[in-house]
Design a protein around this ligand. Structure first.
Ligand SMILES: Nc1nc2c(ncn2[C@@H]2O[C@H](COP(=O)(O)OP(=O)(O)OP(=O)(O)O)[C@@H](O)[C@H]2O)c(=O)[nH]1
Length: 398
């Protein structure tokens, strides 16, 4: 009986102990949060060691201050690179611009044809013909020569049909302009004694305001259109705007412009431009010079120095004189001073679209003994044309 009582007591104690353990275990489980999400484990109150320890935060994982993206205004977009233009081919430009020439030179060509077609070619008529030629700035000596030739040829002509007169006048005008002159702008470079390739160097000279800088820029386009690589030298350091103007022309066709400080030494800019041309392996270096000088000795000093300094790199292949066709005899006198200072090898005659004095082409060639190589026929970027005597005379007689 005692044993039975003992077994019952042991059983009761055992049940009590087991149920106590279960309740304790349940109490240790955290209740789920009311929203059903999983609770984050609480960070350890103290650093742990051994297997329980969290791996350390490495340097790579730590964000530096530069990596932090702060809210703020967006950075402005980079300015677009200037667009490089493809200039129009130079060949045939004079034909394209023929209408402009025909308009401006109407009084010369048509005037001569009308007078030559008169029934009676008396002394008065010949004087009128002479007058027309002089007014168009053909110049006294070429005018006398031309009138004599025309008189002689008309005398032997039986009839004077408009076609015959046109053909005759065309021939005589062409003879005055010269059809066999070398009008190519020289773009052949050279080789230094050390065997280094050198670009062709073109100096552009002339009185300021004649269109010198504009012509340099337009010529750069002509050369680029012909496939040449070009470097520009802004040696007109007297006017900062001239360098800006030239640089803008250059940027449009992807040509670099070398410039110096305002009022700096033009010869040094010219020298640096040619040096840059050699470094870049450019085909042509075009140097825009200043023509502000009023005295011949000042001009001689400056242009002479520019040429001498540039020639340390090698010979200057071309000296282009820019002449404003609207300035007539006055412009011609100035041109002669330039020709005495430097060996001019070609003429760029500008603003031929704005004057009836196209005869200046004959006069300037005669006076300076150098061919007109380029003519300016407008303010447009591609309005500079290689001079073509036949297209010119055809426009005159249109
Ligand atoms: N109509 C016409 N205008 C031209 C021609 N060539 C140049 N011009 C204009 O003539 C003006 C003077 O040109 P510039 O190139 O600034 O003259 P510049 O000789 O370089 O003068 P500086 O820069 O002061 O030395 C500009 O308005 C040109 O657009 C042309 O063939 N026809």
């Amino acid at each position: 009986m005692d044993i039975l009582i003992l077994i019952v007591i042991i059983a009761v104690v055992a049940v009590a102990v087991i149920s106590g353990l279960v309740v304790n275990g349940r109490r240790k489980q955290a209740p789920p949060p009311p929203d059903g999400t999983r609770a984050r484990p609480a960070p350890p109150a103290e650093p742990q060691v051994g297997e329980d320890a969290a791996p350390p935060v490495t340097e790579e994982e730590r964000r530096t201050i530069e990596e932090v993206i702060l809210p703020g205004p967006e950075a402005p977009p980079a300015p677009p690179a200037p667009e490089v233009e493809v200039p129009e081919p130079a060949a045939g430009r004079m034909v394209r611009l023929r209408a402009r020439l025909a308009r401006s030179q109407n009084s010369l060509g048509r005037g001569l044809l009308t007078l030559l077609a008169r029934e009676r070619l008396d002394e008065d008529t010949w004087e009128e013909i002479e007058e027309i030629l002089l007014t168009a700035d053909v110049g006294p000596a070429p005018t006398v020569e031309l009138v004599e030739r025309l008189r002689e040829r008309v005398r032997v002509l039986g009839t004077r049909s408009p076609e015959e007169l046109r053909a005759l006048l065309r021939e005589e005008l062409l003879a005055q302009l010269g059809t066999d002159l070398d009008r190519e702008v020289r773009t052949e470079g050279g080789v230094s004694p050390e065997g280094e390739e050198r670009p062709a160097v073109i100096l552009v000279v002339g009185v300021n305001g004649t269109g010198k800088t504009t012509t340099t820029g337009k010529l750069a386009r002509v050369l680029v259109a012909e496939g040449h690589s070009v470097v520009l030298g802004a040696a007109d350091t007297f006017r900062a705007a001239a360098a800006d103007q030239l640089q803008t022309w250059g940027e449009r066709v992807g040509a670099r412009t070398v410039r110096g400080p305002e009022g700096g030494d033009p010869a040094s800019v010219a020298f640096d431009a040619v040096k840059e041309g050699i470094t870049q392996g450019a085909d042509v270096v075009l140097v825009d010079t200043a023509g502000r000088l009023h005295t011949k000795s000042g001009l001689m000093d400056e242009l002479g120095k520019v040429k001498r300094v540039v020639e340390k790199h090698g010979p200057v292949g071309e000296v282009l004189l820019v002449l404003d066709a609207t300035t007539g005899q006055n412009g011609l006198t100035q041109a002669k001073v330039f020709a005495q200072v430097v060996d001019v090898t070609g003429i760029a005659l500008t603003k031929l679209d704005g004057t009836a004095k196209g005869g200046i082409v004959v006069a300037v060639q005669r006076e300076l003994g150098v061919p007109v190589k380029l003519v300016g026929l407008g303010e447009g970027a591609d309005d500079l044309a290689p001079f073509d005597p036949e297209a010119f005379v055809d426009a005159l007689l249109a």
